[in-house]
Write a protein that binds this ligand. Structure first.
Ligand code: FE2
Ligand code: FE2
Length: 153
């Protein structure tokens, strides 16, 4: 399905995420540490993607779809759980291959869920009259210096 203009940039991030998942799925003991490094390079800047979803996109969707929408609850729970597993990988110089395989599966499933279920639901639910403002808010969030990784602490 053609992605709407307002969600294109986030979808682009998802493609990058899937590429990293593919690397991690294939990783073995020989390349575990370089795969971990590639994941770290992806994950740090990816924090802004998660923040944009949680602080801009999901609240706008909640205005029309309901704050307790099960898809939002699922996405937030996965952000928390996948984030915890990602931290394990990042904090270990040589994380176990099984942990990276599990992270790859979880992240892959999360991205597929957002692309195939949540984003289409958002596109159906957010009214036409709200879309330009949402697109502007998403674009603005991407450039916020205080949301850039490394400046959050
Ligand atoms: Fe997400
Ligand atoms: Fe996402």
């Amino acid at each position: 399905m053609e992605r709407s203009e307002m969600l294109k940039s986030l979808s682009h991030d998802h493609h990058q995420a899937l590429r990293v998942c593919q690397l991690m799925r294939r990783c073995d003991v020989q390349n575990a540490s370089e795969t971990r490094d590639a994941f770290v390079r992806f994950w740090q800047p990816h924090q802004i993607h998660i923040r944009i979803e949680e602080d801009v996109l999901f609240p706008k969707f909640a205005e029309f779809g309901g704050a307790d929408h099960p898809m939002i609850e699922r996405a937030l729970a996965e952000h928390t759980d996948d984030g915890a597993l990602a931290r394990q990988v990042i904090e270990s110089a040589e994380p176990p291959v099984e942990t990276m395989h599990e992270l790859a599966e979880r992240l892959h499933d999360h991205v597929r869920f957002e692309e195939r279920e949540l984003f289409p639901e958002i596109e159906r639910t957010v009214p036409e009259s709200e879309r330009a403002a949402l697109l502007a808010a998403l674009a603005h969030a991407e450039t916020r210096a205080d949301w850039q990784p490394g400046r959050q602490h």
